[in-house]
Design a protein around this ligand. Structure first.
Ligand code: UD2
Length: 337
């Protein structure tokens, strides 16, 4: 992947009090030991940026930090204000990826999801404002749209969260908007649609479906489909999400600050079709097991990505099949164990 643009480091200081910070822009990535956070951190480091990461390892993995040795790392929990203050000191841009993902996890323990997604996000915003952070880019979730039948989902639609997870991620979006409006902190919300790719943890019951399927099918084990398999998703390969984040940090504030936009591919595929493609890629010759749908699950999800195109110049670079091929190769070569 190529990252042709840089932000922060080359910008001229606008006033003398900011000179030190402008010359040494620090990027904070929360959830840096998680799948998306580590991928953003790796891209920033590859571009020569100064990066700080924070993670409490609730779902992030120490093994995901391999290759990120030049990143300053803080083991800490954003639910603690002191950890947020430490993480934000001297920082110019924050990519807020830390969360407790998974709809079924939130159904099992809504309070834990709220603490990790809502309390932590508010603490982070308070600390970011106090530290003079310029911009926070927030990982929103397509779950905010809920289970309305209208497709594709566009940003003008009313949210309709149906799981505690969706409520928590949506609350974070609203905090971003409020901090832009009342405190002038620049915030950009990117609503991710089912991100997948290398470094996604395949070992938990709460992992993303593609990570679970890759691992099981490569091991010759039967995957389980909840429901009839005709539910569809706009599965988005990680490189597209990383690119969208870098664009969101670099975009002019007048264009993006206080805004929310989808980050996806604009295509959808059913789980049954995905299973067939994965059978070919992994060599798995069996059939899936079918079990009842999960509570809080959404039937169909597809993004309209025209707003991100317009505001960020975003276009997906890696399509679903190519992304899946790369992902299978990564798990096949031992990734995620
Ligand atoms: C939601 C969000 C997504 C992201 C994610 C974080 C939607 C449409 N998407 O993803 O943007 O925030 O939460 O966790 O709300 N499934 C199986 N077998 C398995 C595992 C899952 O059939 O072994 C099904 C599951 O019931 C669902 C689909 O696969 O219908 C996708 O599940 P998921 O957990 O990967 O992601 P999802 O859609 O809840």
């Amino acid at each position: 992947m190529e990252y042709p643009f840089r932000c922060g480091l080359t910008r001229m200081p606008t006033d003398s009090s900011k000179i030190g910070r402008d010359i040494l822009s620090i990027y904070l990535v929360t959830g840096a030991a998680g799948f998306i956070g580590r991928s953003i951190a790796a891209a920033l480091l590859a571009r020569g940026e100064t990066v700080r990461g924070i993670d409490n390892f609730s779902t992030g993995r120490r093994s995901n930090l391999v290759g990120l040795e030049s990143m300053e790392f803080i083991e800490g929990d954003l639910a603690e204000p002191a950890a947020c203050a430490r993480a934000c000191a001297g920082v110019e841009f924050v990519f807020h990826e830390a969360a407790l993902a998974s709809v079924p996890r939130s159904v099992a323990d809504p309070v834990a999801t709220n603490v990790a997604c809502v309390d932590a996000t508010l603490n982070l915003l308070v600390a970011a404002r106090a530290a003079g952070v310029r911009r926070v880019v927030y990982a929103g979730s397509s779950s905010a749209y809920g289970d309305t039948p209208t497709l594709p989902k566009h940003e003008g639609m009313l949210p309709g969260p149906i799981s505690p997870y969706a409520v928590a991620k949506l609350a974070g979006e609203h905090y971003m908007g409020a901090f832009s409006r009342v405190y002038g902190l620049e915030t950009v919300v990117l609503r991710y649609f089912n991100v997948f790719g290398p470094y996604q943890d395949p070992t938990s019951h709460y992992s993303g479906v593609l990570a679970i399927f890759c691992r099981r099918m490569l091991a010759g084990e039967q995957p389980t489909i909840y429901g009839d398999g005709e539910q569809s998703r706009d599965f988005t390969y990680i490189d597209n999400v990383v690119r969208g984040n870098l664009l969101a940090a670099a975009a002019r504030a007048e264009k993006v600050s206080g805004r929310m936009m989808n980050l996806a591919t604009g295509n959808r595929i059913t789980l049954n079709q995905t299973f067939e493609i994965l059978s070919g890629l992994t060599g798995y010759s069996g059939k899936p097991a079918y079990e009842p749908p999960r509570s809080g699950d959404i039937r169909d999800s597809l993004a309209d990505i025209s707003l991100a195109r317009e505001l960020l110049g975003y276009t997906p670079q890696v399509d679903f099949r190519e992304g899946l091929r790369r992902t299978v190769e990564w798990y096949r070569s031992g990734g995620g164990n």
